[in-house]
Ligand binder design. Sequence first.
Ligand code: GLN
Length: 304
Amino acid sequence: MIDFQETIEAIYYELKQSQNKGVVASYIPELSKQNKNSFGIHIQHIDGRTFQIGDWNVPFSIQSISKVLALSKAIAFEDNRIWDRMDVEPSGNPFNHLSLLELEAGIPRNPLINAGAIVVADILVTHLKHPKTDFLNYVRIITNDNSINYNVDVAASEKRTGFKNYAAANLLKSFGNLNNDIEVVLDFYFHQCALEMTCSQLSKAFFLFANKGKCINNVQHISSSHTKRINAIMLTCGFYDEAGEFAFEVGLPGKSGVGGGIVALLPNDFVISTWAPGLNPKGNSLLGMQALEYFTTKTGRSIF
Ligand code: GLN
């Protein structure tokens, strides 16, 4: 029997010594205040056990990880109609890349790059009566934790510097793939990205993707068929132009964010979250990627 606690402790203490901890994101000014030495790992096993080490209980900006949660809510509203407005192919490009969007007539490559996530935000703005409050409540419910909140300073900071996201939203609008007002959709999107969660809360929020759509409280939020598809999208598109590398090194569906978080899961087994704010050149947490690679290699637990 593999000792998860012993394994993550060994990984944590080894990586803590790393000389190269990557570079903290600064294009959203508020994120540059993060400490590069923060590092946490948390595992939520499907049987209820948890394992944790380091800064697993410190809230951080989940950024693009929120795109998976937003997608799950949008799918619950629109079912497979959602795929008329975006594709499910890896982009092979950075998360905020725009030229493909223009070439492909306003149909984003997938829901986990910014353009796709902005379409998902548009869908949620259409369906939710109070989009920001209702989405926050959804995240609190699936995580079983009412203390989760938006960091409004991060949302405002991103809005001030979100020129590429404005460009993406304008392109989408010009192709008729955005129904609501650009300001309203982006305000929702910036807040969604500015959700603050701990590694432990993230592991719990993503429990439903490891549990055929049932959250940690055993309530079905999405069908097992949609869960399968969301996991497939995480595997192929969850790490931007490093999705292939993550599948190759780690072998789990997962999602990263520029706040330094990564969450990954093995269906019917466990969810693992890491947080280390220093990023590699592709915008994924450097230590987080290494920790997950060591973890699946040492334990032999991956989908392959
Ligand atoms: N909020 C960020 C942005 O839109 C999310 C990017 C990310 O985490 N990769 O640029």
